[in-house]
Write a protein that binds this ligand. Sequence first.
Ligand code: HEM
Length: 417
Amino acid sequence: MTESAPRQSPLATIRELVGSPGRTHPYPRYELLREHGAVVAVRPGLMVVVGYAECDAALRDSRLRVQDGLSYDAIYPDWREHPALRGYIDSMLYRNPPDHARMRRLVSSGFTPRRVNGLRPAIEQLIDRLLDRLAEAGGAGAPVDFIAEFASRLPIAVISALLGVPEQDQAWFRRIAADVTIALEGITNLDALSVADAAMRDLSAYFVALIERRRPEPADDVISVLAHSGVERLNQQELVANMMLLLTAGFETTSFLLGHCLLLACQHPDLARRLRAEPGFSVNYVEETLRFEAPVQATSRWAATELRLLGHAVPAGTKLVLILGAANRDPRRFADPDRFDPDRGDIQPLSFGAGSHFCLGAPLSRMEAQIALPRLLRRFPELALAGAPVRRDTWVGRGLDELPISLGQKLPARAGA
Ligand code: HEM
């Protein structure tokens, strides 16, 4: 930790982070914030948390609340005018006790480990089909975009299978989910919100129709479980909002994870070799990728009453921005944090959050990446980067929009395990 004076004010650093090029290169900015401590007062009413222990404690602290409808009223009273914001704010991610526990219990009942683990053979099949597609697109060494052809397709296919969305609707879903996801950047981009609003209207109508179809004919999927949990427990609006959350919360995040996993493997050929050869190495590899490049860089909480967080005074009404991407590179928790090292022990990144809002889809996205990576690298032993990756120009959502690769000349005809 440096003894000298901090190089730049926290407010100036936050301004850089929400604008380009801070969005593209956030990690040096996190170090500028860290010079002020693990919990940093930016201005009255706003603090940022960059320490691992401090972020973990804040996420688990029941005195801290997620931004809900009431807190949005204070910062952006017009939020109800935006279907996209309303859609998310009615879901569990934006609910506090007692609503949150009720919603989470109901949705979890459709999201059981049995149902998630039962998807493994279907995920393997989906992966092999997508690898066949990739082989066709990238035949004879032609460059192919891994994000468009694989990383953006797998998560939507998997979540659709889990929810019970028919296969023929998936192409439409991919487009519309990408538009709705804009709303997850919150009110930082009001211009783009009209696109998200239109998408949310269409998606909402689609889910209402799908739920109505499942009521008389239930299937073994999450939509049927929720549709039969009873209107008295999850009303129609909440039902649709949570379906939308499940669809969109796991779509781009998992696509970002897959993109980073492959980019890092291309940059570290020794690790790519181990992914091909060592069964089980992908578990630590995926955890380290989640730590090194968190697909969700930050979330937030607010203090309804004055409190102390690991010795730091937090006045009532303060918003806390919890920078998960900075916590994952806290040198007090991770030795040499800017080094990508899947062999470091006890990784446990905060990339899926912690506490009562811990990501419901964590086992699913981990499973997708752990299966996909070794299968992809074994299928294409000569796979290599074929151009510069294109990064999404956002801060909270961190991932690639394009990852050009070449598959090499040695292309086996069909996918094998
Ligand atoms: C690599 C992929 C993913 C990442 C990095 C990720 C990240 C996160 C984070 C950080 C949170 C907590 C936010 C907070 O506490 O403020 C969260 C919550 C959530 N995630 Fe994920 N997620 C991923 C995949 C998924 C998938 C695949 C699904 C669904 C199938 C999903 C569904 C949810 C839900 C429903 C919540 C809200 C839980 C609650 O409020 O109780 N996520 N996710």
